[in-house]
Design a protein around this ligand. Structure first.
Ligand code: SIN
Ligand code: FE2
Length: 201
């Protein structure tokens, strides 16, 4: 398996965050989760997703029996907390986009969690890339094509890695096949965190 992907518009910044930057990001996320607790989304067909989610920013991404959408409030009713400044700084450094991210989605993968192949297409503006930060256990990331099916490529994302998906990669199908539970010591309970930054409107 290669250590990056060859797809156009996909950029991997391996180990962009050192251990202390990773730790301070985790403590920023703990505050977000205190204000906006993680929840287990359900797909529109009624299946529980294996990841837990919460969000920061103007919008959070929600999946429930009414469908997929961006929503300005948590399922419990409160507005989402602000995106931590440390995370905005990473966007400003790596996104090459003049707009600010409006959604900072936080996915938590416990043992056995995965994410099926999908496109990020619930936004109305695709001109800015998606910036995706990995923390904790290794995750096997797979990327395919804008159309369903066809050839795919995979790479293990490690704690501190950042991925930017822009241009033709912005609407490419992608997912996480599995994690290596316990492979990182960053999180005391193990598991993997993925932070995804997107412009929505
Ligand atoms: C996602 O596509 O929403 C998550 C990707 C990842 O966990 O690396
Ligand atoms: Fe995605």
């Amino acid at each position: 398996m290669s250590h990056t992907l060859t797809a156009k518009g996909f950029a991997l910044y391996p180990n962009h965050l050192d251990k202390s930057a990773q730790e301070s990001l985790v403590s920023d996320l703990r505050e977000v989760v205190r204000a906006a607790p993680m929840f287990h989304p359900v797909t529109p067909r009624g299946q529980a997703m294996s990841v837990k989610m919460t969000a920061a920013g103007q919008f959070g991404w929600i999946s429930d029996n009414r469908g997929y959408r961006y929503q300005s409030h948590h399922p419990q009713g409160m507005s989402w907390p602000q995106i931590p400044a440390s995370i905005l700084t990473l966007w400003n450094t790596l996104s090459d986009c003049t707009r600010e991210p409006e959604c900072c989605l936080i996915n938590w993968y416990g043992e056995g969690a995965r994410m099926g192949m999908h496109q990020d297409k619930d936004e109305t503006d695709f001109s800015c890339p998606v910036v995706s930060i990995s923390l904790g256990d290794d995750g096997l990331f797979r990327m395919g094509n804008i159309e369903r099916g066809g050839k795919t490529e995979s790479v293990w994302l490690k704690s501190g890695d950042i991925v930017v998906m822009g241009g033709p990669a912005r609407l490419a199908h992608h997912g996480v096949d599995r994690i290596r539970f316990g492979s990182s010591s960053l999180l005391p309970q193990h598991g993997r965190i993925n932070i995804t930054l997107r412009v929505v409107t």
